[in-house]
Each structure stands twice: as structure tokens, then as C-alpha cells.
Design a protein around this ligand. Structure first.
Ligand code: SF4
Ligand code: SF4
Length: 382
């Protein structure tokens, strides 16, 4: 395999990479500007990328703004993540048709799409690895996820911009894509040059790149790419102090801070919908008015709904406090016991897209600080 080879691809030749992926049978998907946000959708032409746009993000706010250059990837992550393609928000499981006195069941059985994801950030690669562990790494692997995941080609992107809600550097999940990609790009743009340094991650990546115009990158060009990532790492908008966090949260389950956050939380579930690692689903049975056909559908669910924890007699987590506490302690504490890693990759989406700007880094810090005050020192149970 081509190992750590890095090449230089001119901006004017980037279309060749999209073309090579499509010629190899992939549906190319990447960032496009739509409805005031940068989302992931079909991407066939370089001109469809949000050239010259950036995003201004903060707790509860997101705006697109013009940059003073034509960078193609000059923004952080938006409301979509790649889970909408690997673990779709709504999926038909089967359909039944009445046939006289009986009925016939037809499994959905659609062929898995072969996606090439274009511009996958380092935090998102970690999120995909977490979903791999959850959806494939146990006794009952999800066949839909399996088929889509096996077919997917990943073009990663080393971030050149950190959003004000990003904190991947403190989670050790970015901004450099370290593994889990077929190819990885770094965009370099100055007054005279606009090019990409391309790193090959797999043999499959090398094969696709073989059909694209490129040249060996010079030491100075490689250094420029490293500088882009170093600058991004140094400009993170937020930080989460992760050491001892599981123990900290689990020994503070009755901390008064949960009441304060509950007074603001709307239980809307936005944080779970935008989170690239949240994986919970529910199933619904739907029938048409004639009663001649029915289908079973799987859809994303959220631990912020009352129904999510409904058992006989009512919801186990009836208060907003218990639901927010469940979500945050699962992400940052019990996920570690369950799956061997944090459930958070520091992408910041739950902070940006929370309508009231609830920020899990702020909540964790508040508990850490008052835990210290209360006990005089941090006992650091992990
Ligand atoms: S919990 Fe928030 S910051 Fe962490 S991965 Fe999910 S959306 Fe991103
Ligand atoms: S934390 Fe924010 S996004 Fe999540 S349920 Fe509460 S109000 Fe909605």
C-alpha cells in the first residue's frame, strides 16, 4: 500500500477527483450551502461546494458569512453529519400487502448505496468509528449500517477553520484526520496558490488517486499543510477537560446544576438529532386508510422524549432534569463503560443547534468547579 504518501493536487484539478470517484461507481456526497446552512448532499461538481463561505457559530446560533477569499472548505461542521447516510433518519424495514384473505410481506431489501463522502472532518471520522462500535461491534450488528459502511469511500478533510463551538483538540479527535480514511485533503490557499495536499490512507484510495492529475508535494508545501492544521488546533472555540470526567459526573448526579440546566432545556431533542454519535431508533407501524397495505419504519429517536423511557405506568425519566442528565452522563461517562470511549467527539453541534444555547462543556466545567469547592479537592474518580 502507498502508506503515508502525500501528493499535491491543484484546485483546478479537484474536479478530476470527483469524476474518478463517480467513474468508480460512487455517489459523491459533500458540503453544499442550502437554506442558510452548509449541509451534506449530492455533490457532482466542484462549483457546488460553498466557495467563499464561512460559518459563524456559537451557543444557539449559526450564520453563513462571506469570506474574503474563495476557499472551498473554509467553514466548520454544519447541522448534518454522515450518520444520515450510514444510519438514515427514516428507513422502511418491510411492507405488507393484503392478498385476499391473507397478506404478503415484502422486505425492504434495497441495495445499499455506494457513497463517497467528500470532506469528512477528523471529529466525524471518530464519530463513524464510534457508530461502528455501537452498530457493528456487538452480538447483533445492524445489516443496513453494515452494507452502507462497507461500501463507503471516505475523502477526509483536515480542518482549516475551527468553529467557536469546536473542541476536538481537547477530545483528541481532531483537527487532523489520523486514520479511517481512503484519502485525506488539506486545503492551502494564499495570494498566489490554491491547492490541496492529498494523503493516501488505503490501497483503494491510491487506486482512485491514480487517475487524477497530481505531483509530488515539496517539503515547503507539506509544511504549509501541517501549518494549516496546527493553526486550526490552536484556534478551538471551546475546550472540555476530559480527565476524570466519568467519575466527576457520576458522583454528582444530585448536583444542583442539573436543576439549573433543566430550567432552560426545552427537551426538543435537537442535540440528539445533530449529534454524529447518537444512534437510538424507534419503529413505527403505518397502515393506509383502506387497510390494504402496511409498513414498518425505523426512525431516529431521542432520549429527550417522554416516550423514550416509557414503561408500564409512565415514563422513567419524567422530568427535563432527568432527561438532560441521562443524555450528558451517557455521552461523557457511562458511554465509556459501555463502549470503551467517550460518546462525544467535540464537534460542537449540540451547542450550536440547541435553541437555548445549552453547552455541555460549560455544564461539565460548572460541575467540576463546584465539585472542587464542595469537597475542597477533585478526587478524580475515573
Ligand atoms: S455531544 Fe455534542 S459536541 Fe459531542 S459529538 Fe455529540 S453533538 Fe458533537
Ligand atoms: S439541551 Fe438544548 S437541544 Fe438538547 S433538548 Fe435541551 S433545549 Fe433541546
Amino acid at each position: 500500500m502507498a502508506g503515508q504518501e502525500r501528493w499535491l493536487l491543484e484546485r483546478s484539478d479537484l474536479q478530476q477527483l470527483l469524476d474518478a470517484l463517480r467513474a468508480a461507481g460512487y455517489q459523491t456526497v459533500g458540503p453544499v450551502a442550502r437554506d442558510g446552512a452548509i449541509v451534506y448532499d449530492a455533490l457532482e461538481r466542484v462549483e457546488e461546494l460553498p466557495a467563499g463561505w464561512t460559518d459563524r457559530q456559537d451557543g444557539g446560533s449559526y450564520r453563513l458569512e462571506r469570506r474574503d477569499d474563495q476557499a472551498l472548505f473554509g467553514y466548520a461542521v454544519g447541522p448534518h453529519s454522515w450518520k444520515r447516510f450510514l444510519h438514515p433518519p427514516r428507513l422502511k424495514l418491510w411492507r405488507a400487502e393484503r392478498t385476499g384473505a391473507g397478506f404478503r410481506v415484502e422486505p425492504a431489501g434495497d441495495e445499499a448505496p455506494r457513497y463517497a463522502f467528500f470532506g469528512v472532518r477528523a471529529c466525524e471520522l471518530h464519530a463513524i468509528a464510534i457508530q461502528d462500535r455501537v452498530l457493528l461491534g456487538d452480538r447483533f450488528p445492524d445489516p443496513v449500517y453494515r452494507a452502507r459502511r462497507d461500501a463507503a469511500f471516505i475523502v477526509a478533510l483536515n480542518c482549516s477553520v475551527a468553529g467557536r463551538t469546536c473542541f476536538c483538540a481537547s477530545m483528541n479527535t481532531g483537527p487532523r484526520a489520523a486514520s479511517g480514511f481512503d484519502l485525506a485533503l488539506t486545503e492551502i490557499l494564499d495570494l498566489r496558490n490554491h491547492f490541496f495536499v492529498v494523503e493516501i490512507g488505503t490501497e483503494r484510495g491510491a487506486q482512485v488517486l491514480a487517475g487524477v492529475a497530481r505531483r509530488a508535494a515539496s517539503a515547503a508545501e507539506l509544511a504549509a499543510a501541517d501549518e494549516v492544521v496546527a493553526r486550526t488546533a490552536a484556534s478551538m472555540g471551546r475546550e472540555l477537560q476530559a480527565d476524570g470526567l466519568p467519575g466527576l459526573l457520576l458522583r454528582n448526579l444530585e448536583h444542583p446544576r442539573w436543576d439549573e440546566v433543566a430550567a432552560r432545556c426545552l427537551s426538543c431533542g435537537n442535540c440528539t438529532m445533530v449529534c454524529p454519535t447518537c444512534f437510538c431508533t424507534s419503529v413505527e407501524d403505518l397502515t393506509d386508510l383502506s387497510g390494504d397495505s402496511a409498513e414498518r419504519v425505523r426512525r431516529w429517536d431521542s432520549c429527550f422524549t417522554m416516550e423514550f423511557s416509557h414503561l408500564h405506568g409512565g415514563s422513567v425519566r419524567a422530568s427535563a432534569k432527568s432527561r438532560y442528565r441521562q443524555w450528558m452522563t451517557h455521552k461523557l461517562a457511562t458511554w465509556v463503560e459501555q463502549f470503551g470511549s467517550s460518546g462525544c467527539v467535540g464537534c460542537g453541534r449540540c451547542i450550536t443547534w440547541c435553541p437555548v444555547g445549552i453547552d455541555l462543556t460549560e455544564e461539565a466545567l460548572a460541575i467540576r468547579q463546584s465539585d472542587g469547592v464542595k469537597k475542597g479537592k477533585d478526587h478524580g474518580r475515573a
